[in-house]
Write a protein that binds this ligand. Structure first.
Ligand code: TRP
Ligand code: SF4
Length: 403
């Protein structure tokens, strides 16, 4: 059985080589290993860009074109557009019923992004609920692995907690629930309060110590059978029958590739090379990259570690070339333009076939739509059985009769 892998990307404009070396090459590798669902997260784009929706459709199709261009293969992975699969919205709505506000409010990116994107009003329900939508994206497919960058790990933690919370509410039969109720009654009010605090420490803060403390605490309660103690401990840990599967973060290694100016490569810094960049512009951008400021004159030696071009050599050059750079830079044996030449060649060689394939797909919108629609159909087929379980767990399987 292949592992289920789910990941999404917000359609926020053209992709660049930073995306390629950070995320996309990883996806291309994963599509051979797991059952992959990769989607364009257009609803997510609206959580921050609800006021300016003009570019979204273009960005969605551009993104699919570029995914195909880098080698993501619709015969291997399920490629789709999030809003083509309404189950994402339905699950997000239902999960919202049991999501404590505090879980969303304490996500670090919530306050950070509000600060960073000051020009937009992000005091909205949609923006606060972003991790909830992301949780739905993941749990819908019963994903085991979710490749994400470090900035998304906190969101994934919420997904895990929500799956657990859901299972602890609905993953139990009536009989077990009754027994837990009885056990709590037998403990008395004060003890229940302590127990609840330990439960919160574990379920909300992931504090493992709280579990061992609770085990000891339950042992000390007179009148609780060992079976009852075990049941209460499972209750504390949120263990019920697993209805929604708890996913794992598959941390994508940070890309070694810096931006042209040495900062992180990002569209907002204007230091990127887009995947479909014009070759002449690529040459120019690399030729004008800043280098180690110590190399004022051609005869001044430099230190590769202080130079963003060195970061490019890490990604694009073999050891031989890197030795040539180190040797030539530290001895002033080569000039910076000499040093940049192999990088220019390598970037051009990498992007030429990608640009060609992107042009191919961009010229075939009907075929592109077909791929997206077939992907959405497959995604819905995978998502619907999960929704059936969820609806029935949450008391919504009305066709099946009266409660
Ligand atoms: N939040 C992710 C980002 O901004 C994109 C995303 C949306 C995602 N849903 C997801 C990633 C589900 C992984 C799984 O990068
Ligand atoms: Fe940077 Fe290369 Fe110039 Fe050294 S020689 S400063 S590594 S561009």
């Amino acid at each position: 059985m292949k592992e289920i892998i789910v990941s999404g990307m917000r359609p926020t404009g053209r992709l660049h080589i930073g995306h390629y070396h950070g995320v996309l090459k990883n996806w291309v590798r994963l599509q051979d290993q797991g059952e992959c669902y990769f989607f364009v997260a257009d609803w997510h784009a609206l959580t921050t860009h609800y006021e300016s929706v003009e570019g979204i459709s273009t960005a969605v199709w551009d993104m699919l074109v570029e995914w195909l261009a880098v080698g993501i293969d619709p015969d291997k992975a399920v490629l789709f557009i999030q809003s083509h699969v309404p189950q994402h919205a339905e699950l997000a709505l239902l999960l919202g019923m049991l999501t404590p506000l505090s879980w969303l409010e304490r996500v670090p990116t919530f306050k950070d992004q509000q600060e960073k994107l000051r020009e937009r009003d992000l005091a909205t329900f949609g923006f606060l609920g972003y991790p909830l939508l992301m949780t739905a994206d993941i749990l819908l497919y019963e994903a085991q692995q979710v490749p994400v960058g470090a900035d998304q790990v906190a969101h994934l933690e919420i997904s895990r907690e929500l799956a657990r919370r859901f299972n602890s509410f609905y993953g139990r039969d009536a009989e077990t629930r009754q027994q837990i109720e009885k056990g709590l009654q037998a403990m008395g009010k004060r003890a229940v309060k302590t127990f609840t605090q330990l439960q919160q420490r574990f379920q909300q803060n992931g504090d493992l110590l709280a579990v061992s403390e609770a085990a000891e605490f339950l042992r000390q309660q007179s009148g609780l059978s060992p079976l009852m103690q075990a049941q209460l401990l499972a209750h504390l840990e949120g263990k019920g029958r697993e209805i929604l599967r708890e996913p794992q973060a598959l941390l994508t290694a940070a890309s070694k590739l810096p931006g042209l100016d040495g900062q992180k490569m990002s569209k907002s810094y204007g230091n990127t090379i887009p995947l479909q960049e014009d070759p002449e512009l690529i040459r120019k951008k690399i030729r004008t990259m800043p280098t180690d400021p110590a190399r004022v004159m051609r005869t001044d030696p430099g230190t590769p570690e202080k130079c963003p071009v060195w970061g490019f050599h890490q990604v694009y050059s073999n050891e031989e070339t890197r030795n040539w750079v180190r040797q030539g830079c530290t001895s002033a044996g080569i000039g910076c333009l000499d040093c940049k030449q192999p990088v220019i060649e390598a970037v051009l060689a990498e992007l030429a076939p990608i640009r060609e394939r992107a042009e191919y797909w961009a010229a075939r919108p009907a075929q592109l739509r077909e791929i997206a629609h077939a992907g959405a159909q497959r995604a819905r087929n995978r998502a619907e059985p999960t929704m059936e379980k969820v609806r029935s767990a949450m008391g919504l399987a009305h066709e099946q009769g009266f409660d």
